[in-house]
Design a protein around this ligand. Structure first.
Ligand SMILES: [Zn+2]
Length: 247
């Protein structure tokens, strides 16, 4: 779905632990640079290629990959994209997420205890698939670590907003030109409404709720939630409501 000149939200069907759903990586580009925010679930390289082509952008032009956080549905196809790209892809994350994305620390939500709870009710075959996936999780070198408030100088300026809570170093991205907030998992959209972070999937829900306050400092026209998709109706007002309910 095209949201603005050079901004497209991709819609990729994903089969994860909890069943079938749609995830929403964001593609933004100008004449010089093509940026993808978040890299889907493992095995989604071809879907990402196809969705990028449908947006009218050649996958081979992709040169920046911004990862909002370490969860498997955001880093899943990262190593495949880096490997399949005809040139070097700049992988961007916060410094806090870096050791997890690089595989130097185990993914924070995927300790054996949590994993066995999550897969307990699944059929044997599916359980084995998921256990195998986490035995060898996706990883890639982060080439650029970014900090809160930093403006990445491409596609009209992309501001990094440090929004910890869902994971320790989660970031949102604000597209300066189109006033679109790429919220990662700091927010979710459900039943046409913008909601705060999902407590069940948060690493530290109090911190995640507190991070919402930072988002009220930006003039936001549209929010892209990785889970739930696009939210357009008076985003500033709704964000103020969510932030004031947070304490
Ligand atoms: Zn997610």
């Amino acid at each position: 779905m095209r949201l603005a000149d050079g901004v497209e939200v991709l819609e990729l069907p994903m089969r994860s632990f909890s069943g079938q759903s749609i995830i929403h990586p964001t593609l933004t580009w100008d004449d010089d640079t093509v940026v993808l925010v978040d890299a889907g679930f493992p095995g989604q390289l071809q879907q990402i290629r196809d969705a990028t082509a449908r947006a009218g952008v050649s996958f081979d032009r992709l040169d920046k990959l911004i990862i909002t956080h370490q969860d498997i549905d955001h880093i899943g196809s990262l190593p495949d994209i880096v490997r399949e790209s005809p040139h070097k892809v700049d992988v961007v994350s916060s410094e806090e997420e870096r050791p997890y994305i690089e595989g130097r620390k185990p993914l924070i939500k995927m300790n054996p205890e949590r994993l066995s709870k999550m897969v307990a009710s699944l059929p044997e075959e599916r359980r084995q698939q998921i256990e195998m996936m986490f035995a060898n999780p996706p990883k890639a070198n982060v080439t650029t670590a970014v900090a809160d408030g930093e403006v990445l100088p491409y596609c009209g300026g992309i501001t990094v907003i440090y929004t910890p809570g869902h994971t320790p170093g989660h970031i949102c991205l604000y597209l300066n030109q189109s006033k679109i907030l790429v919220s990662g998992d700091a927010l979710v959209a459900a039943d046409g409404e913008l909601q705060g972070p999902n407590p069940r999937s948060a690493y530290d829900i109090d911190t995640a709720l507190n991070s919402l306050k930072k988002l009220t400092q930006y003039d936001i026209k549209t929010v892209i939630c990785y889970h739930g998709g696009v939210y357009r109706d008076s985003a500033n007002k709704r964000l103020a409501e969510l932030a004031s309910a947070a304490h």
